[in-house]
Design a protein. Structure first.
Length: 302
């Protein structure tokens, strides 16, 4: 079976950035790239559709522009384009089933505000059985690397190191899929892996009292030991990956956003459970999608 990375394109700057990120990831994985654009017929075409052009023609032109842009940047990459009539969410979920990874664009308001996740992206993230990476407009290959000397572009110096991969880890419910995804991403890029674990001090009745009492040195040491024990088999499996751990008291979302400032990728999880309220992405992942500036990988797990 041909390995494949899929990206959704819709003509926006953020989806084009996602397509180029997906192209670089496909090359790193030795996979092909599938660019998908979904369109829906309307009795009255949107104002963005030029006069004298049908919605189908405009959709094809939108897809062709994305393919042409990616192909010009990566002439050796195998690219498949897929124009689908119907719901964007359904089309992307169906395409993701055949891929190792789905990449989508997400509108960024600013470096502080972070992601403004569109309804399509959010629904896909909440339902996808494959990992989904969200990429903001303006993300480039240079952003994945540490600054090059004298302002030289990383493309001119391929050995310029990648920025670190950041993993949000919950030692109470560690997940193999999530941890392996982060280690594999770091290995492929030759990047360091920075593991973030934040905790709250529980009271006798289960409430979090870290803001009132603070954690004692024994409790902090126990948390650090739990992180090391969780990561030990993965460090043995990926001996070439340099791993650092940051264990702190407080809110996991805040610690994760803070650590993401110098990262090339942040990896978080989404528990695949269906409750009476429907699918959920979880508060930490939700915060990462809204406030982290670099690409965010959401890995579904049981």
């Amino acid at each position: 079976m041909l390995r494949q990375v899929t990206a959704g394109v819709d003509g926006s700057t953020e989806s084009l950035a996602a397509a180029h990120w997906a192209a670089r990831e496909a090359l790193r994985r030795g996979a092909s790239l599938n660019l998908v654009h979904a369109w829906t017929w309307h009795p009255r075409p949107a104002s963005s559709v030029p006069a004298g052009t049908s919605e189908h023609e405009w959709a094809q032109q939108t897809l062709d522009r994305a393919v042409g842009s990616v192909r010009a940047a990566h002439p050796g990459l195998q690219i498949v384009d897929q124009l689908v009539s119907g719901s964007a969410v359904d089309a992307l979920l169906a395409a993701a089933e055949e891929a190792e990874l789905l990449v989508l664009g997400s509108r960024g308001l600013s470096g502080v505000a972070g992601f403004l996740v569109g309804s399509v992206s959010q629904r896909v993230v909440a339902r996808s059985e494959r990992p989904v990476v969200l990429v903001r407009a303006g993300e480039t290959a240079a952003d994945e690397h540490l600054p090059a000397p004298d302002g030289v572009s990383p493309e001119e110096i391929p050995e310029t190191p990648y920025r670190e991969v950041v993993l949000g880890l919950d030692t109470r419910r560690p997940c193999d899929e999530l941890i392996e995804f982060a280690f594999e991403a770091a290995r492929r890029n030759g990047a360091a892996l920075h593991v973030i674990h934040a905790f709250s001090v529980p009271s006798a009745d289960g409430a979090d009292l870290h803001a009132v009492t603070g954690a004692g040195p024994e409790f902090l040491a126990a948390q650090e030991r739990a992180v090391i024990a969780t990561l030990r088999p993965w460090c043995e499996k990926f001996p070439g990956v340099s791993v650092t751990e940051t264990v702190s008291e407080g809110r996991a979302a805040i610690a994760l956003v803070r650590a993401s400032s110098g990262a090339s990728l942040v990896v978080v999880g989404r528990r695949t459970r269906d409750g009476h309220l429907g699918t959920h992405i979880g508060p930490v992942t939700h915060a990462a999608l809204h406030h982290v500036g670099c690409p965010v990988a959401v890995v579904p797990h049981a």
